[in-house]
Ligand binder design. Structure first.
Ligand code: DAH
Length: 354
């Protein structure tokens, strides 16, 4: 009997140390310690033994039971450790999602970069501004109808005795006068030459599928001795090639602005028909109709504006242009956003695409 118990114990330990899962261990436990397990069966036989023997065997059987139970626990812990320690360093880590700049910020950086390469300096001027800088100094007196197109937000505050009412800048052209005043104030005076690119928020009372009350413009201004239309055309063509791609050209179409003379609307060759479509003979292109897409305004700075900015208009001439950032960006990407307000809707499903 004693030998039998010893054998069962050894057998059990051997099996336990080889078990490789908790399922296996449970099977082993049942087969030895369960109600009809091997050890339980032996224990039942104890009562048939002689009295002197019973105690001895009882102790031995109890010890076997405890040893098996203990061994089961040891093996169970070992298996758990193995699972915990199994670590594959080659599995790629979980990537946290990365955000990116808003598409308008991307466009601003890109536009600024193109102009900075040819010596333009990026500046920013107040978005809450006096009437003088936004209108009056730009040759747009109070009664002038050109003001109406700029649908301005005026602020209900006491007007400045010289500069007039406070408003939200409806265009970046107000930066022109500010820039002229800045250079005038520098040691070198106007001889330090104006080459500004002013990119800022603009505000107008309008909201529909193609307008938002807050949008962005970029305004270029160059003033120096002998600046002519050819410099304007060269700069615009350079921008068209570098921003829209090689082969793109601009054209100046006569127009009217109060602060430039002569004034132009700038068009760029269409990327779809490469500028070949002509409407009257029925060859209109689906994007542009006549080979050209409208970019925005430009012109030679009006002598009165130079004077208002304190620049000697006998000695210096200049050119300027001012276009919408959102519109220029959409023309580049070929995007046809059917509601421009989406750009500012903070809808990640839309913004994530850019
Ligand atoms: N400020 C004009 C607007 O918002 C655009 C413009 C036209 C700017 C001609 C210029 C320019 O600098 O020369 O409608």
């Amino acid at each position: 009997m004693q030998e039998k118990i010893q054998n069962i114990k050894n057998q059990a330990i051997a099996q336990i140390t080889q078990a490789s899962s908790s399922g296996e261990l449970e099977d082993i436990r049942i087969s030895y310690l369960g109600r009809s397990g091997k050890l339980a069966k032996l224990i039942k036989e104890i009562k048939r033994l002689k009295k002197e023997e019973r105690k001895q065997v009882g102790i031995l059987a109890n010890d076997a039971k405890q040893t098996i139970e203990k061994q089961l626990k040891v093996q169970q812990n070992k298996l758990r450790e193995m699972v915990r320690e199994w670590f594959d360093p080659t599995v790629p880590g979980a990537k946290t999602p990365k955000g990116h700049l808003h598409l308008v910020t991307q466009a601003i950086e890109e536009i600024a970069g193109v102009f900075e390469k040819i010596g333009f300096v990026r500046v920013r001027y107040p978005e809450v501004e006096w009437d003088w800088f936004a209108f009056e100094a730009l040759n747009m007196p109070k009664w002038h109808p050109a003001r109406d197109t700029l649908e301005t937000f005026f602020i209900d505050a006491k007007p400045h005795p010289k500069y007039g009412q406070i408003l939200l800048t409806p265009h970046t052209s107000s930066g022109q006068i500010r820039e002229m005043e800045r250079v005038k104030g520098t040691k070198a005076g106007v001889d330090s030459v104006v080459r500004m690119i002013n990119i800022a928020k603009c505000y107008r009372r309008q909201s529909d599928v193609s307008h938002v009350p807050m949008f962005h413009q970029f305004e270029g201004l160059v003033i120096d001795e002998g600046i002519a239309i050819t410099h304007l055309k060269g700069t615009l063509d350079y921008f068209a090639r570098n921003f829209f791609g090689p082969g793109r050209k601009t054209r100046l179409r006569p127009y009217h602005f109060q602060f430039t003379e002569p004034s132009f609307e700038v068009d760029i060759t269409c990327d779809v028909c490469k500028g070949t479509a002509r409407l009257p003979d029925g060859q209109g292109c689906k994007l542009c109709k006549e080979g050209w897409l409208e970019l925005g305004g430009a012109g030679m700075v009006h002598p009165t504006v130079l004077k208002n900015g304190g620049i000697d208009n006998k000695k210096y001439t200049g050119f300027a242009f001012g276009w919408g950032v959102e519109r220029t960006f959409m023309m580049k990407s070929g995007l046809e956003i059917d509601d421009i307000r989406l750009i500012y809707s903070s809808d990640l499903r839309f913004l994530k695409q850019f």
